[in-house]
Design a protein around this ligand. Sequence first.
Ligand code: ATP
Ligand code: MG
Length: 334
Amino acid sequence: GEAEVRVRDLRVHYRINGTEYPAVANASLDLRRGEITGLVGESGSGKSTLALSLMNAVPEPGRIADGAIHVDGIGDVTTLSAKAMREVRGSALGYVFQASQNSMNPLKTIGKQILDLGRSHGVKDLPALLSRAKQLAERMGLDGNRVLDSYQHELSGGMRQRLGIVFALVLNAKVLILDEPTTALDVLSQSAVLKIIRQVHDENNLSTLIVTHDMGVVSELADNLAVMYGGRIVEHGPTLDLLRNPTHPYTKALIGATARIVGDPAAARALPGRPPDLTTIPRTGCVFRDRCVFKTDICAEDEPQLAEHSAGHRRACHADAAVVGPTTSKGDAS
Ligand code: ATP
Ligand code: MG
């Protein structure tokens, strides 16, 4: 498909005690129509910050410091006013914030909130909107009439999380951004909800980004994977290609640590070491080098840039891709 969202050289800073720290740097990524992209990486790697940038919704003390995010039919969202952003949020860009199951309006029923959303976007046929919401809720495995008449406190975390997805879809947004959309669900509900997301995505030819720290969750669902570490996209490519032939040592280690992909929990190996936090991300060289088994002198001096390795597959690493090597059936992470 053709790119509907184009992120270019994105840089996002948070200010801590007067100093600006990059939470996202040099990030470029396309979301193509009809494709689901999974954005994966350990906690703190900058996934939510990148996702929030797509909505120009990075909260204080954060700001988009550099780069552009072009969305078809909207333009560069990094230059849009808050008012213009409110208009496209929901209608053009459907968004489920991380932990959004905790941020519904406690004073209004879900149905009322759907109506408010419709009114604020100038929807004329409100009964049709409600019936679409009900239909979506039912596809998500909920009792449509009941949940629309419910208040937040009457619903479980898992029910609210499913409703968050309904809110993101109900106005027919063409771009769908889901930040950890299934964390409040048990494993079975999780895979059911992900299947529905895939169906709705396919039916409407959406451009979808799913953010998760769990590579197993998206590996079965996403067409492409983008791997983040220390605020950088370190590898990006078609899911199967990336799982079989990871070309970045971090991707390879992440795959080896994911029991669901390795297929045998006993073969899964924890990733040694810890990811950097915002204030300890190296300012020069490769951000992953402290945990990397393939590092050489150049890795401390020169930041590797994301560059095409094979068709549609990009990597940011100084080591030869052949040295990093394919994943073995036993999930060898070394
Ligand atoms: P998780 O998997 O835990 O959701 P993430 O990959 O989504 O993590 P982000 O939430 O984007 O990561 O955070 C990236 C970095 O920015 C982290 O080091 C985080 O501590 C820092 N950060 C995030 N929000 C703020 C904020 N409001 N103020 C200061 N630092 C922040
Ligand atoms: Mg996050």
